[in-house]
Write a new protein. Sequence first.
Length: 184
Amino acid sequence: MTQDRRDQALFRAVSAPAAVTTATATHDIGLLVLRLVVGLSMVGHGTMKLFGWFGGPGLDATGKGFTMAGYPAGDAMAVMAGLSETLGGLGLALGLLTPLAGAALTGVLINVLDVRGLSAYFPPKGVELEVLLFAGVVALTLTGPGRFAADHHLPVLRESRPRYAWSALLLGVVVGFVVLLIRD
């Protein structure tokens, strides 16, 4: 091969767009594990609020807690938070409508962090768990749920589409802050 051909081959290799790598089974299994842990943890929190499962306070006590935290219509807010956590968590765990699940959980977790306060990170009074759950929600919303998910069978959501991910996170942030604004 002449020097000219070597230079041309090098130029093509350097200037060609990077090859898109396909997700490996290991990558998709990792996303599945993350989805199941984060999603089912949020389902647990939601059902604790709604039904008192897993030693949770139930709807009446959760409503009173929302009222004491300064939210108007504490009972309605408890239902909205419980449904957002339960349905958003289920969506995340199943990989079903993952961007919408991420939006629902983002709004809830913004409010959780505000109510808990950011004065301490580590337990017993810290927000370490909430921050880890929030990071998991954001990561899954941005990366998409992987191949082992219901979204993989929906043509419009088959691949992680950045505009859906960013739009969903923006929606969750806006709704989360709007809810904070109605708080006393």
